[in-house]
Design a protein around this ligand. Structure first.
Ligand code: ADP
Length: 164
């Protein structure tokens, strides 16, 4: 069985992430989406919230599992015996950082862990979690970027929801 790990912060998951998840799930027998619990960053959503959003979004995808991890990605890969990492590439601006990370991970894993890149669907090429958060902060329309339940959580987080 060929498995892969798609790691990220997913703060929050967007349609761009979901597009990569669906496409990677078509290529691999099993895809583990791994939410990074990074103590150095202060994400808007807790790990549990980010995991739950991803679980809701992928509930119909039978070969997709959602987990969280801390520490080094390659240690997590080794512990799961999964040696392929999937990352999404939006624009050239992503390239340099992603290339560096993938080479570093290959080196650290003694050439065991390889990274494959899926280029973004054009309609999501401008989409990032940070821009979604900025729009949410000013109560903008998020319907093209994230599912309704994510938009709802963002509105609550920024105090734009009367139902809170
Ligand atoms: P990280 O902090 O690890 O970069 P992100 O949650 O921002 O985590 O992104 C996780 C992965 O998803 C990265 O490989 C990123 O390039 C990719 N990604 C983010 N947004 C998009 C998008 N709109 N289209 C395709 N890939 C994306």
């Amino acid at each position: 069985m060929k498995s892969a790990i798609y790691p990220g912060t997913f703060d929050p998951m967007t349609y761009g992430h979901l597009d990569i998840i669906k496409r990677a799930a078509n290529i691999f027998d099993e895809l583990v989406v791994a939410v990074l619990d990074n103590k150095d960053k202060t994400p808007l959503f807790s790990v549990d919230e980010r995991v739950n959003i991803l679980k809701e979004a992928t509930k119909d995808l039978n070969n997709v599992k959602i987990e969280s991890f801390g520490g080094l990605l390659i240690d997590y890969c080794m512990s799961k015996k999964i040696y392929v990492v999937v990352r999404g590439l939006r624009a050239v601006t992503d390239f340099e950082y992603e290339l560096q990370m993938s080479q570093m991970n290959r080196k650290l894993s003694n050439h065991k862990v390889d990274t494959i890149f899926l280029n973004t669907s054009l309609k999501y090429s401008y989409l990032s979690s940070s821009s979604v958060k900025q729009i949410a902060q000013f109560n903008g329309d998020l319907s093209a970027f994230v599912p309704d339940y994510v938009a709802e959580r963002l509105r609550m987080r920024f105090g734009h929801n009367n139902k809170e």
